[in-house]
Design a protein around this ligand. Structure first.
Ligand code: PMT
Length: 400
């Protein structure tokens, strides 16, 4: 699968460095040409000998590394590579790259690289969540670096949360996907909705929900990479829109309704990952509502059910809904498929750790109108996105 591809693996000093032996071994089995560069700190966690044996190439650690072969200097390697994967990417390495610092072989190689660079951050949860680190990551994302989100769970340092390096098979899958991208959505238009709508109460307050837009943005990114024209109708989020998608920002459910309906006729598929408010305050006050002695009663009125309307007007389009549930997951999801005339629904139990709102991963079950179910393990939202697109392109209606 990877014959003829040159992959540079950069390993930094983190406990997850041990997983990279398996990554290198898997890449070799797929016939990639693999070169490993380690930071000196990485050699404290796994030996260069292990990695040179598995990669069948000398491992570079030293800034003034010479292999004896004048054609394989690190700068040349950085230019010959089809991709550079840095995993685990420590906070220190991410910070250095973001600041343009080149004070060791790996950071120098990255700075000199013409090849795309993927970063798989892995570290303590508090380091990961540190705003300085997050800012650095966003900066690199803006510059076109690919980010492989870490898994969440129990970390080697004893803390729990995001920061775990994804398992070797996931890293290899990400590389394969990157190097041999599917282009099966070329010529198709996919509309994705994302985020939680905001329903104004007065000029300073609104009703909303916990959606961050991560799931919808991941779907938009995956569909765009697979060649689709993507229209991303997005409720307010703090996320950067994926490169190459047409973004339509909206705030309320009613605005989302109008935006979606306007584009619906030209769409081949609509994937509704947004968490749309079912109700809005009947009256949005013109001035800030003042505190009074008595309780305040707010009357809510129904918002349009966008997906229901799409289901009524469905023609050639594929309609995919999401169901965010806290109980009776598949039963409630099944009811929504019928009511909204969907091709399938992606059900997530939002009470599970690593699933639902705000997380970088999701745990979903894809439910079909005939009751068939495809449960998926916990995986990154980008991976879930690709699996949803795989299910969509396998539908007989899609192939017609
Ligand atoms: O954004 P993240 O932080 O990444 O979180 C992801 C998510 C949990 C928001 C997402 O995975 C998800 O489950 N989205 C759907 C949430 C939801 O509103 O579910 P629902 O069961 O209320 O709605 C069912 C479907 O109808 C959804 O596709 C929804 O977009 C749609 N709907 C709902 C109400 C409405 N008025 N109009 C709609 O179109």
């Amino acid at each position: 699968m990877l014959r003829g591809k040159v992959i540079v693996i950069g390993i930094c000093g983190g406990i997850a460095a041990y997983k990279m032996a398996e990554v290198v071994s898997r890449l070799k089995k797929l016939e990639a040409e693999v070169y490993v560069i380690m930071t000196p700190a990485a050699t404290e966690f796994i030996t260069p000998m292990t990695l040179s044996t598995l990669s069948q190439n000398a491992v570079a650690v030293d800034m003034f590394w010479q292999t004896g072969d004048p054609h394989i200097q690190h700068i040349e390697l950085a230019q010959r590579a089809d991709v550079i994967l840095i995993a685990p990417a420590t906070a220190n390495m991410v910070g250095k790259i973001a600041a343009g610092i080149a004070d060791d072989l790996l950071s120098t190689t990255v700075l000199a690289a013409t090849a795309p660079v993927m970063l798989a951050p892995s570290m303590n949860v508090h380091m990961y969540e540190n705003p300085i680190f997050q800012e650095n990551l966003k900066r690199l994302h803006r510059f076109g670096y690919q980010i492989v989100s870490p898994g969440a769970g129990f970390l080697a340092c004893g803390d729990t949360g995001p920061g775990r390096l994804p398992e070797p098979e996931i890293l290899v899958q990400e590389l394969v996907r990157f190097l041999s991208p599917l282009q099966d959505l070329t010529g198709k238009t996919v509309l994705v909705t994302a985020g939680g709508t905001q329903e104004p109460l007065d000029p300073v307050r609104y009703l909303t929900n916990r959606s961050t837009g991560k799931m919808g943005y991941a779907i938009a990114e995956a569909a765009q990479k697979r060649g689709a024209r993507v229209i991303l109708v997005s409720a307010p989020t703090t996320l950067e829109p994926p490169a190459g998608v047409d973004i339509v920002p909206v705030t309320t459910a009613q605005a989302m309704y109008h935006a979606v309906m306007e584009h619906y006729p030209q769409c081949d598929a609509v994937i509704k990952a947004a968490a749309v408010a079912d109700y809005r305050p009947r009256l949005a006050a013109n001035q800030k509502i003042k505190k009074e002695e008595n309780n305040l009663v707010i009357e809510l009125e129904r918002n349009p059910d966008i997906l229901f309307e799409l289901g009524l007007q469905k023609n050639h389009q594929i309609l995919v809904g999401f169901a965010a549930e806290t109980q009776n997951l598949t039963e409630y999801a099944g009811e929504k498929i019928k009511k909204k005339n969907l091709d399938f629904i992606v059900a997530n139990d939002v009470t599970r750790e690593g699933a639902g709102f705000g997380t970088d991963t999701n745990i979903v079950t894809i439910v079909y109108p005939d009751g068939r179910m495809v449960p998926l393990a916990q995986m990154s939202k980008l991976e879930v996105a690709d699996r949803i697109l795989n299910e969509m392109t396998a539908l007989p209606r899609w192939k017609k």
